[in-house]
Write a protein of this length. Structure first.
Length: 78
């Protein structure tokens, strides 16, 4: 049963990453060359940017959240 859950999570993650990658590529491809140039992007950069966006999302989900002082149990540092 655990293997099926792992497979399901992996499949769901892969599909959501593919959807995000496609959405970024479609949105950037819809811009004019002038708009892309204003942002410092060329058409050949669109695929790389889409892949980097997915990678950033993946690493931001795996990073542990930082502890804020409000959550450490004391309002005043020791």
């Amino acid at each position: 049963m655990f293997a099926l859950q792992t497979l399901w999570v992996s499949l769901r993650t892969a599909v959501s990453e593919a959807v995000l990658r496609r959405r970024v590529m479609d949105e950037l491809a819809a811009l004019t060359d002038s708009d892309l140039s204003d942002m410092g992007i060329s058409r050949c950069d669109i695929r790389r940017i889409a892949h980097e966006t997915v990678e950033e999302r993946r690493t931001s989900r795996t990073r542990a959240p930082s502890r804020s002082p409000a959550l450490s149990g004391s309002a005043y540092p020791a």
